[in-house]
Write a protein that binds this ligand. Structure first.
Ligand SMILES: Cc1cc2nc3c(=O)[nH]c(=O)nc-3n(C[C@H](O)[C@H](O)[C@H](O)COP(=O)(O)O)c2cc1C
Ligand code: SF4
Ligand code: SF4
Length: 457
């Protein structure tokens, strides 16, 4: 069996799955229950200055039959007494010495930082996570994302922290910024041992049409909150990649955002995360999801021949390129498998109205046909087709040529004028505009396709 244990910037954990700092890590009761279920670590609900929470706190985005594809909260940091949290951290560490307990912290002054760090480390925390990400409530008080958005301030605070910290320090970054590598670099300059990302994304998940208030509604009113859950994974992965590929950041990264199953976790690891953190999925489905996560990850590692997590941290990074380094000679075209097609014709509608008019209907069957010469290989039809592997994208170039925009630029062979012959779409067929209004659209189809359409009549 592969070894799932990790050593993340000096923090040891039996597996890479940590609960993120949030309601599931609000108490010793929950963290012990989670460790018992199989979680490798927990970042405690953020400890810090005293707060008062509002009662209605969460909002959700449901999509069709799926609940909470996006989740939003206007909750603050822990509202429990610091002494209770510290005592429970101590108890958890005593019972689970091999598991990772990380204290998430957020305070204001240098003295407060020094005091709370000493207290958390005395309680037995294996590491510290600095919460510079909370996008509501705390930033108005000059903390949370207000720090994460100001690299210079962040650097100063991390320097204060490094003056006293004796355990590894993870800086948790906010996604509410144009370039997340800037605060990451500031953390590095200040001597942080690792970074984690992302915290929640500033958001309004919806507006009540009768009360004229954003959700969640607090006595007829609302405020912007922090967005997370499956919907944010693409944003998290991109920011993770930006930090992991950065030539000077070079810090271990804990990946957070939209992780719900082992596949999501592997994606984060392949893009450079060496531990992963989960919040929304644990809030939605409970701690039991860890069983599938651990067994799925083990199975994946066996299949790929990976013995340790480090064997595949960042393995996808060499394949993430800037656009102008992609091969312009690569060509795919859609292909429909008539045996799988259920005749819904969603592909036809999508290509006809939203892409390149490269799918036609055929008389006598509900299975559409691809007009190969029009297909630019955009993938849209294969993405809307409800049947797995019914539309596949087949490679049609010979695979022998490789030419990038950069190479064309170097060879002075890029289109430079508005009507340049060398521009990409210049020779693509498009119907005459007026054909949109006529019933005899096939008359505008190019040669072979038109002959086919007419012959079916
Ligand atoms: C209700 C709620 C409370 C949260 N509280 C904190 C917190 O106290 N400290 C913190 O660093 N992050 C907090 N977060 C952010 C999560 O730790 C995590 O960064 C974010 O939810 C993205 O992960 P996910 O997509 O798995 O939920 C909170 C998130 C939620 C939903
Ligand atoms: S979307 Fe898929 S199933 Fe529906 S008609 Fe097109 S190929 Fe057939
Ligand atoms: S890949 Fe794009 S252009 Fe080609 S048939 Fe599908 S939707 Fe149309």
């Amino acid at each position: 069996m592969p070894d799932l244990s990790i050593n993340f910037a000096g923090i040891k954990s039996p597996n890479p799955f940590w609960l993120a700092s949030a309601p599931p890590t609000n108490s010793g009761y929950q963290v012990m229950k989670a460790f018992d279920a199989g979680w490798g670590g927990a970042v405690w609900k953020t400890l810090g200055v005293p707060v008062v929470n509002v009662s209605s706190r969460y909002g959700g985005v449901n999509y069709r039959d799926k609940r909470l594809i996006g989740f939003n909260n206007i909750e603050l940091i822990s509202d429990r007494p610091l002494a209770d949290n510290l005592r429970e951290i101590y108890e958890v560490k005593k019972r689970f010495p091999a598991h990772a307990v990380i204290a998430s912290l957020m305070v204001g002054s240098r003295q407060e930082w020094h005091e709370i760090i000493r207290a958390a480390e005395d309680a037995g925390a294996d590491g510290l996570e600095l919460n510079f990400g909370c996008p509501h409530g705390m930033c108005e008080r000059g903390m949370g994302s207000a720090v994460g958005q100001e690299p210079k301030v962040l650097q100063t605070i991390v320097e204060w922290v490094m003056e006293v910290a004796t355990t590894p320090v993870i800086v948790k970054l906010t996604p509410n910024i144009t370039d997340i590598t800037e605060p990451a670099m500031a953390a590095r300059r200040a001597g942080a041992n690792a970074i984690s990302l992302i915290n929640t994304i500033q958001s309004i998940v919806g507006v009540d049409l009768d009360q004229y208030s954003p959700y969640p509604i607090v006595d007829g009113q609302g405020t912007n909150g922090g967005y997370c859950g499956p919907a944010v994974k693409p944003i998290a992965l991109n920011m993770l990649k930006n930090c992991a590929q950065h030539p000077h950041i070079k810090l271990p990264i804990s990946g957070i955002g939209g992780i719900e199953n082992w596949r999501d976790a592997v994606e984060h690891i392949l893009l450079g995360a060496s531990s992963v953190q989960v919040c929304t999925a644990a809030m939605h489905f409970g701690f039991g999801i860890i069983r599938e996560m651990v067994s799925g990850l083990e199975q994946y590692m066996v299949e790929k021949g990976f013995n340790r997590i480090d064997d595949f941290v960042g393995k996808a990074l060499p394949n993430v390129k800037p656009w102008n380094e992609l091969n312009l000679k690569y060509q795919v075209k859609a292909s429909i498998n008539p045996d799988k097609c259920i005749g819904c014709q969603l592909c036809y509608t999508a290509c006809e109205d939203g892409a390149h008019q490269a799918i036609r209907l055929q008389a006598g069957t509900r299975t559409p046909a691809i007009i190969e010469e029009n297909c630019v290989g955009c993938n849209l039809c294969s993405l809307v087709c409800p049947v797995d592997e019914c539309i596949t994208m087949l490679r049609t170039d010979e695979g022998t040529q490789h030419l990038t925009w950069n190479e064309r630029t170097a060879a002075h062979n890029i289109p430079t004028e508005f009507n340049d012959e060398r521009a990409g779409g210049r020779h693509h067929w498009v119907p005459e505009p007026l054909a949109a209004l006529g019933k005899e659209r096939h008359k505008t189809l190019p040669g072979k396709a038109r002959a086919l359409a007419v012959s079916k009549q």
